[in-house]
Design a protein around this ligand. Structure first.
Ligand code: FES
Length: 128
């Protein structure tokens, strides 16, 4: 039997009032300079968004398991500190990537969130 559930009467506030950013923006710059300006789901990875939008140069052979290094990107200099350094497992896998730089990350290990709104990453010339 159905009862009156008090939670059903809760008012859902629009994002403006709650300050929650529903779709952070992500820009992926392909090696040829083509920009992919995307509105993405929080919790999705940069790699998932690259694959979903057919960004050239992101192969992601292991599907995001941090086991192939074919989703290598360079985090734009202005975002490097915000995104931070790779965890130990990712750093080990980066040893197999092509032309690794101080801002190198595996895009499958970068999960989008409100703090990353406007994030820019660059695709290297090729993957390993
Ligand atoms: S998709 Fe394989 S390491 Fe990122």
């Amino acid at each position: 039997m159905l009862t009156d559930a008090p939670n059903c009467r809760k008012k859902i506030r629009p994002p403006k009032e709650t300050g929650i950013l529903l779709m952070p923006k992500l820009t992926i710059v392909a090696f040829d300079g083509t920009r992919f300006d995307l509105d993405v789901d929080p919790g999705s990875t940069v790699m998932e968004n690259a694959v979903r939008n057919s960004v050239p140069g992101i192969e992601a052979e292991c599907g995001g398991a941090c086991a192939c290094a074919t989703c290598h990107v360079y985090v734009d200099e202005q975002w490097s500190e915000v995104v931070g350094a790779p965890e130990a497992m990712e750093e080990d896998m980066l040893d197999f990537a092509f032309d690794v730089r101080p801002t190198s990350r595996l895009s499958c290990q970068i999960k989008m969130k409100a703090a990353y709104d406007g994030l820019i990453v660059h695709v290297p010339e090729r993957q390993a």
